[in-house]
Design a protein. Structure first.
Length: 207
C-alpha cells in the first residue's frame, strides 16, 4: 500500500498515512481517463449554436436574372450558400452533445486519476483544517506553508462554510467535495490537497 506524509496547516509533517492500494495505487489507464474527460467536456456543451439554411433565409423567391444571354453565371436564388447573405450549407442546429460512459469505467478512471497524483507526488493529505475566522489570509497562509504556488484543488469531506468563504477569493484554488469528485477536476489541478477524513470516505466509496 502507498504511504504519504500527513501534513498540518502549518506545513509540518505530523506522521504518515497509509492509502488503499485499490484506489490510490491502481494501474494508471490514460486512455480511459481521456475517454471520461471527453465525455465530461461534451456534456458541458450547451449545443445552442444555430444558423439558417437556404430554405430559411428570407427572400430569394425570384430568379435573379434570366438563364441565358446576360454573360453572367447562371443563378436560381440570391439565398444560395455561395451568395453574400445567403443561407449556410450544412448549417449547425441546436443539438444535445451529451453521452454516457459506463459507471464501471468512470469509477476506474477516477481511481487512475487519484493514483496518478500519488505517483507524481502531487497528493497532499491534511489532518484537518481549523480556522480562527473565515478569512482568505488563513487559507492563503496554509498554501504558503505547504509550498503550493500552482493550480491546486482542495477536497473536503463535507460542506464547511468557513472554508468556502476563505477559499473562494484565492485564484487557482478549486474547492471540491468527495461526492462531486470527477476525473476532469482531478487532472486539471496540479496539486491535490485532501483532508484525511475525505481520504477515508473516498476509500469507502471506491475500494
Amino acid at each position: 500500500m502507498p504511504k504519504v506524509a500527513l501534513y498540518k496547516m502549518d506545513g509540518n509533517v505530523s506522521g504518515e498515512i497509509e492509502l488503499n492500494d485499490e484506489v490510490f495505487g491502481a494501474e494508471i489507464n490514460e486512455a480511459l481517463m481521456h475517454q471520461v474527460v471527453k465525455m465530461q467536456l461534451a456534456n458541458k456543451r450547451q449545443g445552442t449554436q444555430s444558423a439558417l439554411t437556404r430554405s430559411e433565409v428570407r427572400g430569394g423567391g425570384a430568379k435573379p436574372w434570366r438563364q441565358k444571354g446576360t454573360g453572367r453565371a447562371r443563378h436560381g436564388s440570391i439565398r444560395s450558400p455561395i451568395w453574400v447573405k445567403g443561407g449556410v450549407a450544412f448549417a449547425p442546429k441546436p443539438r444535445d452533445y451529451s453521452y454516457k460512459v459506463p459507471k464501471k469505467m468512470r469509477r476506474l478512471a477516477i481511481k487512475s486519476a487519484l493514483s496518478s497524483k500519488v505517483a507524481e507526488d502531487n497528493l497532499i493529505v491534511l489532518d484537518a483544517i481549523e480556522l480562527s475566522e473565515p478569512k482568505t489570509r488563513e487559507i492563503a497562509k496554509m498554501l504558503e506553508n505547504l509550498n503550493i504556488d500552482k493550480k491546486a484543488a482542495l477536497v473536503l469531506n463535507g460542506k464547511n462554510e468557513w472554508v468556502e468563504r476563505a477559499a473562494r477569493n484565492i485564484p487557482n484554488l478549486k474547492l471540491l467535495y468527495v461526492n462531486t469528485l470527477n476525473v476532469y477536476d482531478i487532472l486539471k489541478y496540479e496539486k491535490f490537497i485532501i483532508l484525511e477524513e475525505a481520504v477515508r470516505q473516498i476509500e469507502e466509496v471506491y475500494a
